[in-house]
Design a protein around this ligand. Structure first.
Ligand SMILES: Cc1cc2nc3c(=O)[nH]c(=O)nc-3n(C[C@H](O)[C@H](O)[C@H](O)COP(=O)(O)O)c2cc1C
Length: 168
């Protein structure tokens, strides 16, 4: 395991994120993983941050609201099977780790496990969470990505990156 700065391999990691990264939550002894392809890496309040975008309907949203902690994994290997399951099945009804045979390893800092695949991992703690407000949204983005009836907007979880490292 190699400790690296939060912005190490930033270009590569953002490229991976645009395809699929993994967001892991853990609450009451249960670990859940979902796929995320939207997010941001940057600096806010002079802190290194990752901004996760999670829709209200996700089980992960519920767990994030409860624990305000998560890890992000940018996989450095092909992970098509994991993406198919973690990105389509809800952990509300299924233990996705058991279903896929993937496992997690204990996190080092935030008390949240990380997905055990070769890649770069961020351990994060939510600083500020905010649900999108439809009245402030660009109509073109509303049209493309949201249905007012479903009220399934994203929440932004602006989160301090507490630890960052690469696993082989
Ligand atoms: C490529 C890909 C990218 C995704 N990106 C996001 C995302 O950024 N935010 C989000 O809320 N859901 C995203 N999803 C959908 C969730 O991963 C999916 O709904 C998942 O089953 C939620 O799991 P959960 O209910 O256990 O949290 C994505 C799915 C895929 C396949």
């Amino acid at each position: 395991m190699q400790t690296v700065p939060f912005n190490f391999n930033a270009g590569k990691n953002l490229e991976i994120l645009s395809q699929a990264a993994f967001l892991t939550t853990h609450c009451a002894g249960k670990t859940n993983v979902m796929v995320t392809a939207w997010g941001a890496l940057g600096v806010m309040w002079k802190l290194p941050v990752f901004v996760a975008m999670v829709r209200q309907s996700r089980y992960s949203y519920q767990l994030l609201e409860e624990t305000r902690r998560f890890s992000i994994t940018f996989p450095y290997v092909q992970a098509a099977k994991a993406i198919a399951v973690f990105g389509q099945v809800s952990g509300r009804t299924v233990d996705k780790l058991a279903l896929t045979g993937f496992s997690t390893r204990p996190g080092r800092t935030a008390g949240i496990p990380v997905l055990d695949v070769p890649g770069m991992h961020l351990e994060c703690s939510v600083i500020y969470a905010r649900l999108m407000s439809a009245d402030k949204l660009d109509p073109a983005i509303q049209e493309l990505w949201y249905d007012r009836q479903q009220n399934n907007y994203h929440a932004f979880f602006i989160s301090q990156i507490l630890d960052s490292y690469i696993t082989p």
